[in-house]
Design a protein around this ligand. Sequence first.
Ligand SMILES: Nc1ncnc2c1ncn2[C@@H]1O[C@H](COP(=O)(O)OP(=O)(O)OP(=O)(O)O)[C@@H](O)[C@H]1O
Ligand SMILES: Nc1ncnc2c1ncn2[C@@H]1O[C@H](COP(=O)(O)OP(=O)(O)OP(=O)(O)O)[C@@H](O)[C@H]1O
Ligand SMILES: [Mg+2]
Ligand SMILES: [Mg+2]
Lengths: 228, 228
Amino acid sequence: FIHLDSIEKTFSNGKLSYHALKGVNLSIDRGELVALVGPSGSGKSTAMHLMGLLDTPSKGRYLLDGLPTSQLTSDERAHWRNEKIGFIFQQFFLLPKFNALNNVVLPLRYRKEKLENPIQIARDRLADVSMLPYEAHRPYELSGGQQQRVAIARALVSNPDIILADEPTGALDSKTSADVLDLLKEINQARQTTIIIVTHDHHVAQQCDRIIQIHDGLIVDDSVSTGG
Amino acid sequence: FIHLDSIEKTFSNGKLSYHALKGVNLSIDRGELVALVGPSGSGKSTAMHLMGLLDTPSKGRYLLDGLPTSQLTSDERAHWRNEKIGFIFQQFFLLPKFNALNNVVLPLRYRKEKLENPIQIARDRLADVSMLPYEAHRPYELSGGQQQRVAIARALVSNPDIILADEPTGALDSKTSADVLDLLKEINQARQTTIIIVTHDHHVAQQCDRIIQIHDGLIVDDSVSTGG
Ligand SMILES: Nc1ncnc2c1ncn2[C@@H]1O[C@H](COP(=O)(O)OP(=O)(O)OP(=O)(O)O)[C@@H](O)[C@H]1O
Ligand SMILES: Nc1ncnc2c1ncn2[C@@H]1O[C@H](COP(=O)(O)OP(=O)(O)OP(=O)(O)O)[C@@H](O)[C@H]1O
Ligand SMILES: [Mg+2]
Ligand SMILES: [Mg+2]
């Protein structure tokens, strides 16, 4: 379903050239719940941005549901990104001029076929992360962990096929972390949503079915989780 | 040294009024290494901003080194903030147009008496967090954990009397987290720097001398750490 074949990613800005991914091979089937772990700077967010179609590889191929992504039209890429992939960013990226409710409902306004009750759906997702009482708060009126939870609600609102969660519990206390992980596991089991979680938290990694370890731009281990 | 007396903080934006701190009493002596823990939204960052003179209480008094902070002139407040307090923000707040080295050296440019070799000092602090090879990278050219480490180096560069670290290891893997905590403990012991660390990581909290628990804007526990 998600297939990375000899993927390389190099960042250059004229003066310096940085090889963030040096030849990554990875196959993830539909419905898998996968943890991606590794040291700071090892390439996790870079890999997530490639899988989320937010960036393109320097070398290698990315096949998504059998299709070479290099051959997608820009409309098709936008369709995947907006409706089929839900991305929870390491830095949240909520829009500062919108309150929590409007941040969460925004992806639904971009759909081709409009839904009947987008506000109710957005409220349900906020309730899922215990943030409904804060629907009128703007991002700067929320704590770090509250902003993270709004970013999570926003990624879920389109019922995506794939959820890419880049450190979704980094700013959360252990109880709230456990709630978020239970929510993601429930979505994975109820809807066969493919979920990839970047995490530095071993408790979170152990609760996934499979753990992929990345180090210095290469995958160094890829095995079934023993459940901790 | 840091003394909060019946501190309350209420945020209002016309429509909604939120009591983030509801009567906090806290005394921290010079040279203490204290963890501040509690659920997401409980008031930790709010308390840190008050202690760092980045915000003022709605009620109550904050005495710093015996002085009522409400009576500080704005020059004195700036002096404390820029030279005596090092603040590591939950969201880093690096300046996007400056590279890592320039972000770290910037506080030294604001001092009244200029130092002889600010660039070397900045490089030493970057080396302390293993970020010297990245001195020319701008924030968007760094991973989340790398940005966090640059923010830490920046907070240390003025040799402050007080370090306020708001979740300094949130984006770091366990090895890098342990390195950062060792660095902070070393500074605490070598220079009697007063350090307050907000953390969701129990390993980090256990390594401090004292753990303060906050819940819904009130302190619910304040005791010596048992060392985990
Ligand atoms: N400007 C504001 N207006 C309204 N409410 C606010 C504002 N700033 C913070 N709050 C509220 O104050 C409470 C405390 O926020 P704070 O940032 O101190 O929490 P925290 O303990 O640091 O949480 P986290 O662990 O998630 O970072 C939160 O419930 C938040 O919604
Ligand atoms: N635009 C860029 N230009 C240069 N180097 C970059 C750029 N973006 C990322 N890098 C480098 O690529 C490497 C991988 O970054 P990435 O963000 O994928 O790491 P990560 O595994 O997510 O780390 P963390 O756990 O700290 O978030 C880092 O060493 C970073 O410095
Ligand atoms: Mg990252
Ligand atoms: Mg906070």
